[in-house]
Design a protein around this ligand. Sequence first.
Ligand code: HEM
Length: 498
Amino acid sequence: IPLLLLLKHSKTQQLNPPPGPPKLPIIGNMHQLGHSRHRSLSNLSKKYGPAMVLQLGRVPFLVVSSAETAKEVLKTQDLNFCTRPAVLTLKRLSYDFLDVAFSPHSEYWREMRKIFALELMGAKRVHSFGPIRGEEVANMVDSISKSCSSPMRPVNLTEELFSLTARVICRTAFGKSYHGKEFDRGKFLEGVYEAMAIMGSFSASDFFPSSWAASAVDVITGLRGRLERCFLSFDKFYQRVIDEHLERAESKGEHGQEEDIIDVLVGIMKRDESSPIHITADHIKALLMNIFMAGMSTSAVAMVWTMTELARKPELMKKAQDEIRGKVGNKGKVEESDLEQLLYLKMVVKESLRLHPPGALLPPRECVNHCKVNGYDISPGTRVVVNVWAIGTNPEHWENPEEFWPERFENSSIDYRGQHFELLPFGAGRRICPGITMGMLNVELAIANLLYCFEWKLPSGMNVEDIDMEEGTGIALRKKSPLFLVPSKFNCSSMGVS
Ligand code: HEM
């Protein structure tokens, strides 16, 4: 035994772990995370480097803060880092990891991801949901137009944009005719926010795995109870919607409407004998959880930050409006087919995603095999967090990184689809977001119509410096306080096409 201990000791001595701040007993570096995790971690990385290690409770975390190191982890060694840790809160909400987003890397995940990326989020399917996006954006424009009748009345744009994405995603997932009973629209949205708050909250069991004391802490803080209530209300609701879709499929076969996401999944469930995975109601529920949690607030958060940055720079807003109005002319609305030619608008959205990535820290990955990153040894079981916000504002990659300056992309090929590691709002590698096309269509169409249909001013007495840029807490990096702006209707009929 002493010989074995000696061997083990000499082996650990040879390891070269990444640098990191000194840690306290038991909690490690937890006290250094602060209110704004991406900013605290970014500050620490300025001292300890782009690959630094932190100990949170019993769990070691590798924090990545430069494009080069992100490329190493997300591309060169992706296979070693593309599993997700088995986090307890996510286990319940993902039906024991039957989903895509939190399921560990395995043959099962590959099959489910294929279904998600090709059958639910493939280009053809996403475009088939175009009429839903168009109608719901028009409803938002109508709702805002009503406010224009009282001059200088501010509109809560945060509320309008969250409600827009909720309507689009609900209709895409559940279909046009669906009206909830247990979970009406307002309550459903509350449920989604509660689930996201739970996912973003501190669970002692995740940092002290297999500890009875940590489980007790989660019971005492009420986290376990909240999680169970949240899970049960979603479960009951999803079951009813799935049953309705099954009945509809039995009774009518073809019902003549455009297929919604549950129709597609119910179809796979029925034809599925030869497929490697037998899809059940629980698989459908787990995927619905992903669609609501990963798809809804990310798009809305991106829209709010884009309008906030434009409100702070009226000259850029005017430039974007001139482009849109010049290209779209007097059609009365921007359609999805117009978006391709709105190059400045695309740069504006890209710049907003650089400065305010909704996923400021990528969802954690876990190292599977011992390996080296930047010459440092990384042990299996180490969780890996990529600080997308720190990379997007790293002065080594970006000129004047704090400035909102869409023109920086004018002669640049940098794009957000996982090939340019200085810009990672959708992540990269095998785990890259499979909802990019749908997310970007939601964001660009909404912003284009807001800019085309209205002139926007700040509420009276307010200056651009007064716009509150504080970030909220939670799983998506949202603007903390709602954005209020004053709209006035723009006369689109006066426009010609340039
Ligand atoms: C602007 C909108 C969106 C943003 C900024 C965004 C961002 C992200 C990010 C950063 C990740 C993690 C990627 C990684 O770990 O490397 C992710 C994963 C994911 N996203 Fe999105 N997303 C958006 C829209 C959507 C939409 C509309 C859907 C589907 C309806 C979706 C579904 C997913 C799923 C299922 C995953 C997990 C992928 C996996 O682990 O294999 N996202 N997203």
